[in-house]
Design a protein around this ligand. Sequence first.
Ligand code: AMP
Length: 192
Amino acid sequence: MTDCIFCKIVRGEIPALKVYEDSLNLAFLDINPCSLGHTIIIPKKHYQKLEEMTEEEAKELFSVIFRLTKIIPKSVGTTDCNIGINNGKFAGQEVSHLHFHIIPRFEGDNGLPMQGLVRMEVKKEDLPKIAEKIKKEIENSEVFKEKEKSEEQKKEKSEEIKESIKSFEREWQEFNLEEQDKAPNYSEARRE
Ligand code: AMP
């Protein structure tokens, strides 16, 4: 059993103002909010960082974030919000259980945009080199190859399903034709 504070909230060992819960994810108000409605959304399973989750788990979590984004700002009387993760120690993560923040933003709240989080000196002329590096890394990594493979598998599966539906329809037609041949011809029987 982990000592993690958010795991304790999941297990009900410490209180939290929960606003949403399903079998995989949980959302509750931040105890030290930086704006009205500041909400924390976590997977119930303990991960420290986003990239540790499976893609399926990440999709479920993103789906909750997507839905809550439609609701939380509105429920506190605004339209806008920042959504983010402090993904790791260098990014400012203090609680080492993966969590999203939804931070509603208000006109004139004097807050900064996300880009205000950090200001490194990066030369504009270095940008093409950096883009090249990232693209090469994508090409060499298994991460996107897995995605392509799974999309290819999905396509094959859906072709298989389409083919089996067609073949069922053909068999059904043939069966109907055979049955029609076997059925007595009532109009002729009546005439006799
Ligand atoms: P960070 O790890 O930097 O993304 O931030 C952790 C966030 O969790 C902070 O905004 C804290 O106020 C919040 N937090 C810490 N403990 C609790 C708790 N028991 N209930 C709700 N929010 C918490």
